[in-house]
Design a protein around this ligand. Structure first.
Ligand SMILES: [Zn+2]
Length: 246
């Protein structure tokens, strides 16, 4: 199982992700943990999340520190989420990354307004294809899930698409993990979404920035090139950083 987020590629990954959309970044990051040749953009979102969790656990550990504000009183909450809790919510719980995981979005059929509508779970490719800034972005996204309508209809009513939307979380549990949080200040309880790709991207950004600062400090102190600094292992680099600062 490749799980490649290392000092040797993190700067390239960060640079590639910078110019990308959030959906593009999640595909870029998940690809690092996917088997070679896997069509990551076509995976169901829960499997994509499983790959992201796998990548993050390997590179940064199993705990995700989150900071969020209570929507009622504004109190800031520090919450630490374990990767296992996310897996239990269905973020790849049944879909271990790799050949054994679910690689095709699940399909279901519902009947509404006299129509049988066959639809599938969302993939990252769907999210990438729809500009979130367009007024009917939600409708476009839902239409991408619809595979077949019987009897055929020129245009699907919004109510039918909303029926599809209500069924999507059940079709792909773990696609959009949410947590129940309790505010210790005012007692308010609410459901907070957790975007795993956002987390991994923040970690990658932090990692890349630390590395760039180290390159900068050592290049200035010793006249080394970036490649020369990165060729020195992290332990020895720390020694040189301390020595040059002292
Ligand atoms: Zn509160």
């Amino acid at each position: 199982m490749p799980c490649a987020l290392t000092e040797t590629n993190v700067l390239d990954v960060w640079e590639n992700g910078l110019g990308s959309t959030p959906a593009g970044r999640s595909v870029l990051l998940a690809s690092l943990a996917a088997p070679a040749g896997q069509d990551v953009a076509g995976l169901p979102l829960s499997t994509l999340n499983a790959l992201l969790l796998h990548l993050r656990s390997g590179a940064f550990g199993d705990l995700l520190p989150c900071v969020t504000d209570c929507p009622e009183c504004g109190e800031s909450l520090d919450v630490t989420v374990a990767a296992d809790e996310l897996r239990a919510l269905g973020a790849g719980g049944t879909a271990a990354p790799g050949p054994g995981g679910r690689t095709e979005p699940a399909v279901a059929t519902l009947t509404a307004h006299g129509m049988d509508v066959t639809f599938r779970a969302l993939t990252a490719r769907d999210v990438q294809a729809v500009d979130p800034g367009t007024p009917d972005a939600r409708r476009q996204l839902l239409l991408r899930c619809v595979l077949h309508v019987s009897p055929p209809a020129d245009e699907l009513p919004d109510e039918v698409l909303e029926d599809v939307a209500r069924r999507l979380p059940g079709l792909d549990p773990g696609a959009d993990p949410v947590f129940t949080l309790d505010c210790p200040q005012c007692g308010h309880r609410w459901q907070a979404p957790l975007d795993i790709a956002d987390h991994v991207w923040a970690d990658v950004s932090g990692y890349a920035h630390r590395l760039l600062h180290e390159v900068h400090a050592l290049a200035r102190a010793y006249g080394w090139t970036e490649a020369e600094v990165l060729a020195v292992g992290p332990l020895r680099r720390r020694f040189y950083l301390e020595a040059s600062a002292g």
